[in-house]
Design a protein around this ligand. Structure first.
Ligand code: ADE
Length: 235
């Protein structure tokens, strides 16, 4: 058994998956934190690994960038590989003035400019939300570790470069915390299939001020979020 995008057999992937966007980040996570890590996918270089973290079997699968890519990989993990839980670990641009570089955001709910939800042909708007227990556990871990974090609404956008200069700023009046490009597909696929999802994001830039983190800082601050996500996966 395999899919058009994943050459793994069902048994190769754990029930819980950490999902960074970048394939090389998946490799780094597996090599740094997992014991006996085995690479199960190299199709399109969308690397995936399974190994043990403190005795718990965990997979790390890259999602690629954007809603379509996350839509494909998370759908296949949930539907074809019987994965129960996916935790996205990514970066985001701050929208709210209350966020600083390196802060962690837990995506409790999402808003979007993507048309992904239109596939469900619903008679109204739909609100994608994270799994409540994962939010609860994640916030407990953040408190324990003294991490500077916020929980709230995240914008999943299809547009990194956009014609309309202040498109992102317009979400500010609704107290949207930050912008990224993948979580919507993850939360919708989880809801549609009765699975669990959570997004954890590190603020890596402040687009409204034209500020971005240096590579070194990016690596260090990502580690705080990642180690919290691994602890969550371990529970
Ligand atoms: N991911 C990290 N920063 C981002 C931004 N400014 N916009 C969209 N996705 C991002």
């Amino acid at each position: 058994m395999s899919t058009p995008h994943n050459e793994a057999q069902k048994k190769d992937i754990a029930k819980i998956v950490l999902m960074p966007g970048d394939p090389l980040r998946a490799k780094l996570i597996a090599e740094t934190y997992l014991e006996d890590a085995v690479c199960y996918n190299t199709v399109r270089n969308m690397l995936g690994y399974t190994g043990n973290y403190k005795g718990k079997r965990i997979s790390v699968q890259s999602s690629g960038m954007g809603v379509p890519s996350m839509g494909i990989y998370s759908m296949e993990l949930y539907r074809d590989y019987d994965v129960d839980t996916i935790i996205r670990v990514g970066s985001a641009g701050a929208i709210s003035d209350s966020l600083s570089m390196g802060d962690v955001v837990i995506g409790m709910g999402l808003c979007t400019d993507s048309a992904y939800v239109s596939q469900y042909n619903l008679p109204g708007t739909y609100t994608p939300v994270a799994d409540f227990n994962l939010v609860k556990l994640a916030t407990e871990i953040m408190e324990e570790r003294g991490v500077s974090y916020q929980t709230g609404v995240v914008l999943t956008s299809d547009l990194f470069y956009t014609d309309e200069k202040d498109a992102v700023a317009r979400w500010k009046k609704m107290n949207v915390l930050c912008v990224e490009m993948e979580s919507l597909a993850l939360y919708c696929n989880a809801a549609r299939l009765g699975k669990r999802a959570l997004t954890m994001l590190t603020i890596s830039d402040i687009p409204l001020k034209g500020e971005a983190m240096e590579a070194d800082e990016r690596r260090t601050s990502f580690t705080v979020m990642l180690e919290s996500a691994l602890r969550l996966a371990e529970k």
